[in-house]
Write a protein that binds this ligand. Structure first.
Ligand SMILES: [Zn+2]
Length: 121
């Protein structure tokens, strides 16, 4: 059963990597993630039993959310770098943007799945 809470509250829970339904349970297991593996996700919320593990392919669409996050971060990195140092070469800006997107890639992966749960409950 899904609780009726506003979208900003759910987004706040998503940023804390908590269950979008109750805001208490973790969505992902704590601890180290094996190299080049996806972060392990609980099948259901440990607190409210809200189901995270949906049908196969459910999270395929989360790639679009991850892409949107990456583009937003890349644009933000570009604009901030360009405003702070307008004399940077195009190659330097490309490295900064690429580095920023790579730095946030794991966070984007995790957040995009929770966003997908919020968009398509
Ligand atoms: Zn929950």
């Amino acid at each position: 059963m899904q609780n009726k809470v506003s979208v900003p509250v759910k987004l706040g829970r998503a940023l804390k990597m908590k269950c979008p339904n109750c805001g208490k349970g973790d969505v992902y297991h704590k601890g180290k993630i094996p190299f080049f593996n996806a972060p392990p996700m609980y099948d259901a919320c440990p607190e409210c039993n809200y189901k995270f593990n949906r049908e196969p392919g459910y999270y395929f669409g989360a790639a679009y959310a991850s892409y949107a996050l990456s583009v937003a971060e890349g644009i933000a990195a570009f604009v901030i770098s360009w405003l702070l140092s307008p004399d940077l070469s195009a190659l330097s800006l490309a490295f900064i943007v690429t580095g920023t997107v790579l730095f946030f890639s794991l966070w984007n992966f995790k957040l995009s799945r929770i966003l997908w749960l919020i968009i398509f409950p």
